[in-house]
Every structure is written in C-alpha cells, then in structure tokens.
Design a protein around this ligand. Structure first.
Ligand SMILES: Nc1ncnc2c1ncn2[C@@H]1O[C@H](COP(=O)(O)OP(=O)(O)O)[C@@H](O)[C@H]1O
Ligand SMILES: [Mg+2]
Length: 328
C-alpha cells in the first residue's frame, strides 16, 4: 500500500472573480521512503495541491477528492485530527525559513517547542534531543546554534534548523515546497543532499516541490510534471529526463540554459485558473496540437511511466524518446 494515495483531487478558491480552479483532478501515489519531485511553472497548482492535502488551503478553498495517508482519507478528517497528524506524521517545509521561524525566539527554544508539540507521544528513549536534531541536519556547533536567534544564522543554517524542527515528531512524510529557492546555488545543493540523506536514513518519504528541474534531477526518484492544475507526465526521474513524452516537459527541458535547470518560460503563458475551456490546458502553447486537443482532456496513458497527451513525442522525428518509450 502506498504511503500517500491521492485520487481525483480538486481545489478551487472562492474569489470575487469567481472560482479559481487551482487543481483540476490529480491522481498521485507516493511509496514509503520515496522522493517525489513535483515540477511546473509558477501557478501550475503545486502548492495548492499539497496545502489541500495537509488541510492548510484556507477557508476559501473548496477541496474534493481523496488523499489516503496510510489508509486514512486526509480530506475527510476533522481539522482536529489533521492538526494532530501535522508535525507528527506529516511535516511541511516552506521556501523562506526566515518567515517560518520566530525572530524573537532562539533556535533552541523553538526546537524544544517543536519536540514538546510533536514528539510528546514518543517514549523518552525515542524522543530526540535538540542537540541530536541539529547534528542530524549538519549544524555542527549545537551549543552555539541553540542559543542563536534566526537573524544570527545564514539562510542555509536557518533552513537546516527549520528541517530539524520538522523532524522532531519523526514524520513519515516531509513536504518541502521550494525549500531552496531563496538560497544560493551551493547552499541549495547542500540542503538537497541533506534531504536525501535524511530520507534514506529514516526511510522518510519526501515530496519536493520546485519550479527548478535541476533541483528535482538532483535527488528525486520519481517526478510529476504539473500544468494547469493537472499532472501531465510522471514516471521514474531518469526515464522522464531521458525521454520526455509530453510536449510541455520537452519544452521545459529544451528551455533549460545548459542544464542549469531554471525553468525559462515557454512561449505563451500558463492558463488562468478562471479558464474553463475544454481540452488540454497546454494546447494553446503546443506545436504538436490537433483539433482534438482543444476538445478533449487527454486521458492518462501508460503505467509506472505515464502522460496525458494525444501526440506525445514518441515518433521517429524524436528518435531517443521512441527507443526509450518502447521499453516502457
Ligand atoms: N488563496 C488563493 N486564492 C485564489 N487563488 C489562488 C489561491 N492560491 C492559489 N491560487 C491560484 O491557484 C493557481 C495555482 O497556484 P499555486 O498552487 O500557488 O501554484 P504553484 O505553487 O504551482 O506556483 C494560481 O493561478 C494561483 O493564482
Ligand atoms: Mg508554489
């Protein structure tokens, strides 16, 4: 049984201009210990999807569908039951650690608080110490760092401290939403390595949300590519990177400056969440589209490796994808 099994998840936000449809039917599973990368341009619905799964999408969000976590449907759980799970079995790390940390409390104070809140159910032997958590995230002078305030640490050190807090309850799943976007490239690589090491050592599943393909390529086992509130391609990371089938994923890869990984906009813009035109959301920007693409949403095709496209790049003109895809 997968640790997380999301089925037909939909999220729309009530706004003065009508419902903003951020997530339009997502199916996704995550195995124990697996690292899943979720990529897509800004506005594709990545954050809304996982905020909804955690019950944090806000009062204006309308959420439907299911998200089974270890068998229990999170969408159906009461706020109280969900907030008990958050921090303990499910944790989330956001882009900007400085805004999630309390500026007027020392790191040690905040870490103790996280342990008190989230590790209260663990026995004394299992309950982590602040020092052990800081060591696990590579903060090597715990005595000094426990006394420090967030403004006295670097961005990378703060993100490490934030991750330490998220580990306090020994979660099964960590959702990291653009965790390195605010950091320098070298620090970013270190934080990614750290997440991978922790995942492997603890058997903890990770969802890594990023608009940066390079970030996902660095540590993920599997990738899900989002566009217009849907997943348009998914599969093992090497297979998708070697032979992207969906024209959107091909466009993202082609637009990468020398593999550095930052997504450059493809011609055109991401669809508006208010748009309810039928068909494939990418059709207006797609060189491979046919009339059918503007009429029907392509169904998911494939198994472990799948895509939603009537004209995937698998023909002779794209020789490599053909070889790869033939083996799938
Ligand atoms: N609270 C909200 N109210 C209205 N619209 C929202 C809200 N949150 C997100 N959206 C819209 O939903 C779409 C998806 O947003 P988001 O999930 O933040 O995308 P991503 O994380 O991929 O950049 C965007 O069009 C965004 O403007
Ligand atoms: Mg986001």
């Amino acid at each position: 049984m997968p640790l997380l099994d999301i089925q037909d998840l939909r999220v729309s936000f009530d706004t003065a201009a009508g419902p903003a449809q951020a997530v339009r039917g997502v199916d996704l599973t995550l195995a124990r210990g697996e690292i899943l990368g979720v990529v897509g341009e800004s506005g594709s619905g990545k954050s809304a999807l996982f905020l909804a799964v955690l019950g944090l999408a806000g009062a204006r969000a309308r959420v439907s569908g299911q998200a089974f976590f270890d068998g229990a449907d999170l969408i159906d759980l009461s706020d109280r039951a969900l907030s008990r799970l958050r921090g303990r079995r499910l944790s989330m790390v956001f882009q900007d650690p400085a805004s999630s940390l309390n500026p007027v409390r020392s790191i040690g104070h905040q870490l103790k608080e996280a342990i008190r809140l989230n590790a209260g159910g663990l026995s004394h032997g299992e309950r982590p110490t602040p020092e052990a958590l800081l060591a696990e995230v590579g903060l090597s002078d715990p005595q000094r760092q426990l006394r420090a305030y967030p403004h006295e640490l670097s961005g990378g050190q703060n993100q490490r401290a934030m991750i330490a807090m998220m580990l306090a309850g020994n979660p099964d799943l960590l959702i990291a939403d653009e965790p390195t976007t605010a950091l320098d490239v070298t620090v970013q690589a270190q934080i990614l390595d750290l997440l991978q090491d922790i995942s492997r050592a603890r058997g903890m599943s990770v969802v890594l949300i990023s608009h940066d393909l390079g970030v996902v390529a660095q540590i993920c086992d599997r990738i899900a590519v989002m566009y217009g509130g849907m997943i348009v391609e998914s599969g093992p990371v090497e297979q998708v990177f070697d032979a992207p089938a969906h024209p959107y994923m091909r466009g993202l890869m082609a637009a990468r400056p020398n593999g550095a990984g930052r997504l450059q906009p493809i011609g055109g813009t991401v669809p508006s969440p208010f748009d309810s035109a039928p068909g494939c959301a990418f059709a207006p920007r797609c060189a491979r589209r046919s009339a059918r693409c503007s009429r029907e949403v392509p169904p998911a095709v494939g198994g472990q490796r799948w895509w939603r496209c009537f004209h995937p790049a698998l023909d002779a003109a794209d020789a490599k994808p053909l070889e790869e895809a033939a083996r799938l």
